[in-house]
Design a protein around this ligand. Structure first.
Ligand SMILES: [Zn+2]
Length: 239
């Protein structure tokens, strides 16, 4: 029974490896998806800034065209000032010139603002692109690593399963079936634990003196009275 129980401890280590590999089949693709989503989002922000800059530029060009027209119009009006015959005509022309003047000012302010906004966005874009390219490198590396680990998962699982088969042969049937049964029921799949300082290594509850005496003899499968896990006495082993 002693060898059975010790082999069960080893077998459980293998089961932990297999469980981790099985989990990675779901966790790795999920992580890859998350990382790709993060990259898409960051790329989307950069695209949006670039689009915004393009719009600023075309609206500025439009304002510049309008400003040229306003300036030409203004010049025409100013030239006419020398040709007017009456005060009324003069006043009307002056009023139009004034209106054109404020329109000109509005456009000039708008153009300046647009240039400033464009410069701010250029700075922001450069920073965002730097951050993005660092993160992109990091993420692509991680994705590559996850994919290559995923590629080898199946092979690794069968390697561990072959090992498990060999070990199973060393475990007596009742101990093995108890282990398999308990493993399905307990949290974290830990079904067999070492006794540490008189306590169960699974739930850490003190074990009864009778159980400890029997466990020490290791002539049958002992289960923790509290959590039901298989307990193995391994302390004070002869070196
Ligand atoms: Zn316990």
């Amino acid at each position: 029974m002693k060898e059975s129980l010790y082999s069960l401890l080893e077998l459980q280590e293998i089961d932990k490896e297999i469980d981790a590999l099985e989990r990675s089949k779901e966790e790795f693709p999920a992580e890859i998806g998350r990382l790709e989503g993060e990259l898409d989002e960051a790329r989307g922000k950069i695209d949006a800034t670039e689009k915004n800059m393009g719009e600023l530029e075309s609206s500025r060009r439009l304002m510049e065209g309008e400003l040229d027209a306003i300036n030409a119009d203004l010049k025409k009006h100013q030239d006419r000032l020398y040709e007017v015959k009456s005060n009324r005509e003069y006043d009307a022309l002056q009023a139009e010139i004034e209106a054109l003047g404020s329109k000109k000012e509005e456009h000039e302010t708008g153009i300046l603002q647009s240039i400033e906004d464009h410069e701010d966005l250029t700075t922001k874009l450069t920073e965002d692109k730097d951050v993005f390219s660092d993160r992109e490198k990091e993420i692509k590396g991680r994705i590559k690593e996850l994919k290559s680990r995923l590629d080898s998962v199946e092979g690794d699982v069968s390697k561990w399963q072959r090992k498990r088969k060999r070990l199973e042969a060393k475990v007596e049937k009742p101990a093995l079936s108890a282990y398999n049964r308990i493993r399905r029921m307990v949290k974290g799949g830990i079904a067999v634990v070492e006794i540490k300082k008189g306590s169960c290594g699974g739930c850490f509850r003190k074990l009864s003196p009778q159980l400890l005496v029997e466990a020490r003899r290791i002539n049958r499968v002992m289960r923790c009275e509290n959590c039901g896990r298989l307990t193995v006495w391994k302390e004070e082993l002869p070196v």
